[in-house]
Design a binder for this molecule. Sequence first.
Ligand code: NAD
Length: 361
Amino acid sequence: MSKKILILAGDGIGPEIVAEAIKVLEAVRAPFGLDLTLDEALVGGAAYDASGHPLPEETLAAARAADAVLLGAVGGPKWEPLPIAVRPEKGLLGLRAGLGLFANLRPAILCPQLADASSLKPELVAGLDILIVRELTGGIYFGEPRGVTRLESGERRGVNTLVYTESEIRRICRVAFDVARQRNKRVCSVDKANVLECTELWREVATEVGRDYPDVALSHMYVDNAAMQLVRAPKQFDVMVTTNMFGDILSDAAAMLTGSIGMLPSASLNAEGQGMYEPIHGSAPDIAGKGIANPLATILSVAMMLRYSLHEAAAAQAIEDAVSRVLDQGLRTGDIMSPGMRQVGTVEMGDAVVAALASAG
Ligand code: NAD
């Protein structure tokens, strides 16, 4: 049966980078016998301009009906004066909530060719390949009670609540163990079980889930140690699974180990395996329309989509290999440029990946 992909290009550099990603998806369609139907819809500022809302009902309905969503980026200075309820970023949050995307997968991969881009010594990061699985719809960002109140003394008091149910922990841990099976079969569960009862429960449930995956090695680490280990010896990790807030912080730190925001894809999955795939960077309004944005994070998001929602691992691998070969050829967009390499624009980079796929034929 044909798999439905909804394309949401969004704002800023979104349409430029998504166009290259579609080219690459088209290039693997025939060789891997993929039966795909591609649809497009509006989201973010583009949707607001057309309909007065950053997530029109027809876009959410199309996303719900799709097997996977490919998103460029949303937002930009043009829409900053708008009320928060209709800002482009609300479109993104609405999609996450509307699709029930509770699992955020953020790889931090550093192609050996780009090891110099990291702030760490090249030998610490060359070949880095970590996947952080972050819980996305629970924890302290959503827990009740929350808010700022005034005490009788007149002093203000701020409250947020860290709360997880067993089932919320179990389902995110299952995602982590399932993806670890497709990788190096190691999961590190990150918590603060020595201080926070809620994450003591997290550790217990992670251990219980681990019993169903005897082929995957489970370890536990306190979040402060995990932060330290990420910058001390990041290659020790394979899959890390953690709470919403810890994952928010650790995944940004891990991304920066690679030194190249234009290279990193991400996936957000729901219980049915439906997913939204997007680069981790934003709409880069400073370079929008100039034809210089790096499309590789979006192209690698297509590879994640093929792997995790469409179960086409061979096509995903082919795209990742093609990106690696293009880097081997010395082609670089401005954000990853280094001396001796050849600087190319967005379209030329996309074309080079397509050519590398064809030559691998
Ligand atoms: P940004 O990621 O858009 O840009 C940060 C810097 O990285 C800029 O200098 C930009 O030129 C550069 N950069 C980003 N992607 C690049 C690429 N593919 N190739 C080359 N250079 C790239 O972050 P920002 O400037 O903080 O935010 C800009 C807008 O994007 C804001 O409106 C913000 O709300 C929005 N945003 C959207 C998302 C999303 O759609 N998921 C995520 C983050 C920010």
